[in-house]
Design a protein around this ligand. Structure first.
Ligand SMILES: NC(=O)c1ccc[n+]([C@@H]2O[C@H](COP(=O)([O-])OP(=O)(O)OC[C@H]3O[C@@H](n4cnc5c(N)ncnc54)[C@H](O)[C@@H]3O)[C@@H](O)[C@H]2O)c1
Length: 323
């Protein structure tokens, strides 16, 4: 795979835990040779098992043959040495624990063994890239590459910049993630929670408001999203949905036309700065009732629900030509 005139022959996943194993698998699914690093042999074994389980699910869902899955697994090399993982790698994804102290230590170890031109992307969910790379020799080649779990299935990756991240790094990271079949979005400035978590929480705040004020149950709020806007959002984003909803006037026509009534809704909606504490139990009780009422084939236990989600996700990704 060639990015910006450089052949990407080797990539590394440093910290192959929940996210790091899945990134390693995604890289291998894209045909790359990957070095997955863990601190101990036991963690490497766990990563190997997670890779095997995920590949089994992809085989079961008709994405790969058993032979293809074997070839993908063979492209992932496990090591407990950061130096071995990153030496000669063109792209390094760091997915270690979410603490600055841990990331600083890793930055040092990664820089000591990697090429100065290698891109280093952190999976961090909330730490600042500027702070992660503050002691780096080459802070310009650091960026954030925030995935959604599990990155071997979910295409979105949010690229974030630190103060010293170069535009070249952002462009190369974007080109790399695109080349492996992911869908990168670039945050032009730092924003807590990035894009998606903010959107998820904005919606969930209103779910809490509707349920706590007695308008609907947790189950009906879930149903309303799943079989209403959610089913469209799985195809295109809210602005494109509104572009169609606006008819000839498009999204601007829709916003102008509905503006007065939208303002009335907005007036009535929650604008809380924190969730009411009682909502946690209300949500749990609602989910327990919802699960008890679900047919087994759609998952009526957390495990069954996860299996159903993965199966449906794979089918949707096939429609999107992402698998
Ligand atoms: N879990 C998620 O849903 C999710 C989603 C998006 C981003 N992230 C981010 O991904 C990163 C990893 O999260 P995770 O859920 O995979 O965690 P995890 O605990 O499953 O894995 C962390 C990995 O880091 C290694 N590690 C821990 N401490 C270390 C140290 N002191 N030195 C070297 N390596 C160390 C562990 O051995 C393990 O391989 C975090 O930055 C997290 O914010 C997580």
């Amino acid at each position: 795979m060639e990015i910006d005139g450089v052949e990407f022959a080797k990539v590394a996943s440093v910290g192959a835990g929940v996210i790091g194993y899945s990134y390693a698998l995604k890289f291998a699914m894209a045909g790359l040779e990957v070095w997955a690093q863990n601190r101990t042999e036991e963690s490497s074994e766990l990563a190997r098992q997670r890779v095997a389980t995920s590949l089994d699910s992809l085989v079961k869902n008709g994405v790969y043959t058993a032979d293809e899955a074997g070839e993908i697994a063979a492209r992932i090399h496990y090591t407990t040495s950061i130096a071995e993982a990153v030496t000669g790698a063109q792209f390094i994804q760091e997915s270690s624990a979410e603490h600055y102290e841990v990331k600083w230590e890793l930055v040092k170890a990664i820089e000591a063994a990697s090429e100065p031109d290698a891109i280093i992307a952190s999976s961090t969910s909330g730490l600042l890239v500027t702070e992660i790379a503050k002691n780096a020799e080459h802070p310009e080649r650091f960026c954030g590459g925030h995935p959604y779990n599990p990155p071997h299935l979910i295409p979105l990756v949010e690229i974030t910049k630190g103060e010293k991240t170069s535009e070249r790094t952002v462009a190369r990271a974007k080109a790399f993630y695109t080349a492996i079949g992911m869908e990168p979005v670039v945050l032009q400035k730092e924003a807590l929670g990035f894009i998606c978590n903010r959107l998820q929480m904005a919606l969930y705040r209103e779910v809490a408001n509707l349920v706590l004020s007695g308008v609907c149950t947790i189950e009906d709020a879930d149903k309303a999203v799943t079989f209403g806007p959610g089913i469209r959002w799985g195809i295109m984003g809210p602005s494109l949905v509104f572009e169609l909803g606006g008819g000839k006037g498009g999204v601007s026509g829709l916003m102008n036309h509905l503006n007065d009534s939208i303002n009335l809704w907005l007036e009535d909606m929650a604008d809380w700065k924190s969730f009411p504490p009682e909502f946690a139990q209300v949500a749990q009780d609602g989910v327990n009732d919802e699960l008890a009422a679900r047919p087994a084939e759609k998952g009526n236990t957390p495990e069954g629900l996860a299996e159903y989600r993965d199966h449906m996700l794979i089918e949707l990704l096939k429609l999107h030509k992402k698998l």
